[in-house]
Design a protein around this ligand. Structure first.
Ligand SMILES: [Zn+2]
Length: 155
């Protein structure tokens, strides 16, 4: 992989870390907040709802034809995989046990055209997936398959 240049490749998802899919953040400045629902942003001092929202941050292993990488998918890219917002997924997972583990299983083996870039921030340790395009004709986002699996009608 060339240094500091985004690379586009065909790859297969080989594993998804489902222990933590998303994080809470201030809905205005998007600063990360602790998972405790009562904690609010110290900087924005908001009184109106919604004060916080969740953003996806998903760690996954992908295999290209020559290599295996660990990449991190942030909100915009993760929405392509999941087909919903991080808040929607979080709420779904609250009422549907093993939803996160099942979502990982659903995504494993799927093939994507992925654009990967090195983190701009020198402290960030993972490559980032900056663009993903599903390659399989019948691809459906994880939430669609999950709703079928759990017998939930989408609203
Ligand atoms: Zn804020």
């Amino acid at each position: 992989m060339e240094a500091n240049k985004p690379t586009t490749m065909m790859c297969t998802v080989v594993g998804v870390d489902h222990t933590c899919f998303s994080y809470r953040a201030c809905s205005v400045c998007e600063r990360t907040l602790p998972d405790d629902p009562s904690s609010l942003c110290r900087f924005c001092n908001l009184t109106a709802f919604p004060r916080t929202k969740r953003f996806f941050r998903i760690l996954m292993s992908i295999a290209s034809d020559t290599n295996v990488f660990t990449v991190i998918c942030f909100d915009r890219v993760a929405k392509v995989l999941f087909g919903c917002s991080a808040d929607e997924f979080f709420d779904f997972a609250k009422f549907h046990p093993f939803a996160a583990a099942n979502a990982s299983r659903i995504l494993e083996g799927e093939m994507f055209k992925m654009t990967i870039s090195k983190p701009k921030n020198g402290n960030a340790q993972h490559l980032r997936a900056v663009q993903v395009t599903p390659l399989r004709t019948g691809f459906q986002p994880a939430i669609v398959t999950l709703r079928e699996l759990y017998g939930v009608r989408s609203s």
